[in-house]
Ligand binder design. Sequence first.
Ligand code: GTR
Length: 328
Amino acid sequence: MHKMKKILLSISIAIFTIAFVNTAQAVEWKGWNIHVPGYPNTVGMDKFAEILKERTNGRITLKMFHSGVLGSQPDAIEQVRVGGLQIGNFNMGPMGPIIPEANVLSLPFIFKDTPHMFRVMNGAAGEQINAGMAKKGLIGLAWYDSGARSFYTTKKPVTEPKDVQGMKIRVMNNDLYVGMIAALGGNGTPMAFSEVFTSLKQGVVDGAENNWPSYESTRHFENAKYYSTTQHLMIPECVCINADVYSKLSDEDKKIVKEAALESAELQQELWAKRSKASRDKVTAAGVQVTEIKDKAPFMKAMEPVHAAFLEKNPSLKSLVELIKNTD
Ligand code: GTR
């Protein structure tokens, strides 16, 4: 064969092989996120996808589906568990019904503040919670900030626990929250996030509870103008991956995936602090009446029975609750 032809042939074989090997090995994961573009979690998850693609040279890509277009949070958690989806950014609240250890994070006032929450999640208690998740097919890669959840209502502000009496309050999908609202004499109504705007507007519920960024990004503030800083729940969020998918990765890829998630969390936490302030400013400018709850003690006291009832039902989780409370 002519020398030139030979060279050309080996070049095309090489190109073909590279192309073939790349397509054969390349995987595309699908990821779920409930939040809209620009939200700290959305930006964080996009960053995660970007790092993943870059550091694996495109062997692993993550296609993110934002704004909850792939369905409700409880359904998406199930999908990531069974492998219909591979990745999700989940609030640990709706994890509780499946993962008992996660429920301790939904106990009112369990954390002293956000730094305490992160110390807990990155310490021994976080390890136990991760182990509980792993048993149910989910690996937690990193923790996102979700601030503190406070009440917002349509007709009158909540200034003390008894104001919630007789009110119908939307809660996330977890019986613990129904108990929490019942402890205040209200009626907790579990409902998908996407339905809250209309339910507030039509008076199906009298209020809901969330952090500043979600209250603002969903425009719930347009229908529920009274926001009271009870800060009764502080629930972290995870970047979670399907356990089978993760366990089949090479050690090198596991490291890339984990680091990408951690770096995305760093960005998310930075953006979270800024967005919380910006959201508060935005809704206040739009006419929201903020009731500052300076003394949280009456709400803590009113919600105490939630802890007792939980521990009675889940005696084996007592040590985890203690571990959290005793984490400096
Ligand atoms: C948000 C959280 C979402 C979702 C939502 C809700 O703060 O980031 O994952 O749980 O609250 O209230 O359903």
